[in-house]
Ligand binder design. Structure first.
Ligand code: HEM
Ligand code: SF4
Length: 472
């Protein structure tokens, strides 16, 4: 096999990397995951005395300022595949009520975010999250982020096969793994078998898409997707990976990127999408094969088929059960609501699945309990038949907590949906409106039917006003 690795490409040495990139420097000076052990010391010194570098290192535990210097933190909890038990959901609700002012956001990567947690409360809050069997490790920072998937994994009658064991295995291997916690930049995997591809493999760094080859279960692979200010759609690597080789191939793809120092010089050019730009999918495949020491089988990523919102009531592949998708406006829940949802789901013996569009689904609802569950959910603020736009639209965190925000999103989205509902009624159901407060695209505005990106412009009196760029 011709070696692409040996192509003469200038690779900078570590000195140059650290000179150019302050984040690489701070990672070298102190491994960011180790900051957890220093929390007692940081607390003793007080919030104001925590260095900017240590604030960045705290990202590796899923912790970010609720806007700089307000003294409280956002806590991002990872939920692999968005799959969570009622017990765990109840625990998150309790934690939010106790330490997070009863406010919760469901995220566009199937996780959960709390806010308002004070520095001195972090050790307890992290311990409580872990006691519930969840983790924040690698929720932010240059790590393998929450591994997403299709929320109806294991219950969708149309799925290729059940990928839940692969998601679990990948999460066990990559979350908190030091070998994968000093990547050039954040790294997002998604693994699914949903023909509708509701998990948006095209915008992930690495996507495993379930396929069958000669009756064997495995994955097609797409690499190099990502949004932010330079959006890219993931490219088809042209391979078939048998299911038992999934973790090995994820490692190999991530390794060829993380061990190339070229992608550490500039944070803005560090994501794997830039490497895919440089090498193309064929070049990436050759590098991965070289790393693995063998050729991969040929394959092709399938195109998405069918509707992707999973809202409302649907039969499961298990006879006698249905799953139900409840819209959560703007992804907002209270801790109390989360506890109530957990109680209701437990009462019917079901499970919970968080979605990319900031909603939740309940799986394994016995058919004869579905009406009861719908009625009870409506009582706590989650009617099943709420206008679908509330479920198919997303908004990023924006003004309240995020320092990058230049235009309001969640409140504004609510206003937009109310107007559309009043004017067009059910005719606009199915539309997706994704709204971001800045180009980072946390709510994926690039890929909505209507995408709104916050910006500013001059108002009639010449003053600065909030505005939106529209992407169709
Ligand atoms: C404190 C508030 C936040 C800050 C400071 C922040 C920061 C950023 C930055 C800098 C990027 C662009 C990085 C890049 O792709 O190169 C980004 C992208 C992203 N963030 Fe956030 N974020 C915040 C909140 C959120 C929230 C609430 C969510 C989930 C609801 C989220 C999920 C994402 C996602 C999905 C992307 C998309 C990028 C991709 O897939 O390529 N972030 N964020
Ligand atoms: S899109 Fe921008 S404004 Fe919105 S949460 Fe992300 S970084 Fe903040």
């Amino acid at each position: 096999m011709a070696s692409i690795l040996s192509r003469p490409r200038p690779e900078p040495d570590w000195d140059l990397v650290e000179k150019r990139n302050s984040i690489e420097r701070l990672k070298r000076e102190k491994f960011p995951l180790d900051i957890r052990d220093e929390l007692p010391e940081l607390i003793a010194r007080g919030y104001e005395a925590v260095s900017e570098e240590d604030i960045v290192r705290l990202n590796w535990w899923g912790l970010t300022h609720d806007k700089p210097k307000v003294g409280t933190f956002m806590v991002r909890i990872k939920v692999p595949g968005g799959l969570i038990t009622p017990e765990r959901l109840r625990a998150v609700g309790r934690i939010a009520r106790t330490w997070g002012r009863d406010e919760i956001e469901l995220t566009t990567r199937q996780g959960v975010q709390l806010h308002w947690v004070r520095l001195e409360e972090l050790p307890t809050v992290l311990a409580e999250i872990e006691a519930a069997g969840l983790t924040t490790v690698g929720g932010e920072g240059d790590t393998v982020r929450n591994i997403t998937g299709c929320p109806v994994a294991g219950i969708d009658p149309a799925e290729v096969f059940d990928v839940r064991p692969v998601i679990e295995q990948a999460a066990r291997f990559f979350y908190g793994n030091r070998e994968y916690s000093n990547l050039p930049r954040k790294h997002k995997y998604t693994i699914s078998a949903c023909p509708a591809q509701c998990n948006a493999p095209e915008i992930h760094d690495v996507a495993l898409i379930a396929v069958l080859k000669d009756g064997r279960p495995g994955f097609a692979v797409r690499v190099g997707g990502g949004l932010s200010a330079t959006p890219r759609l993931a490219r088809d690597l042209g391979v078939f990976v048998p299911v038992e080789e999934a973790i090995e191939v994820l490692r190999a793809i991530t390794d060829v990127w993380q061990h190339n120092r070229r992608y550490r010089l500039s944070r803005a050019k560090a994501r794997i999408k830039f490497m895919v730009d440089d090498y193309g999918p064929e070049g990436m495949r050759a590098l991965v094969e070289e790393r693995l020491g063998r050729r991969l089988e040929d394959g092709q990523a399938p195109a998405p088929v069918g509707p992707a919102d999973h809202l409302g009531r649907h039969p499961q592949k298990q006879p006698g059960y249905v799953y139900m998708g409840f819209p959560v406006p703007m992804g907002w829940m209270t801790g109390r609501q989360m506890q109530q949802v957990a109680d209701l789901v437990e009462a019917v013996g079901g499970d919970i699945r968080l979605t990319r569009e900031q909603n939740f689904l309940v799986g394994f609802v016995p058919e004869d309990r579905a009406d009861w569950l719908a009625a009870e959910m409506a009582k706590i603020g989650f009617p099943l038949d709420r206008h679908k736009l509330y479920g198919t639209s997303t908004a990023c965190t924006s003004h309240q907590f995020c320092n990058y925000s230049v235009a309001e999103t969640k409140e504004k989205l609510k206003e937009i949906i109310e107007r559309l509902e009043a004017r067009f009624g059910r005719a606009v159901e199915g539309l997706t409106i994704y709204m971001d407060g800045c180009p980072h695209a946390c709510a994926h505005h690039w890929v909505g039917d209507i995408g709104l990106q916050g910006t500013t412009t001059h108002g009639p009196d010449g003053g600065k006003i909030e505005a939106y760029d529209v992407v169709l």
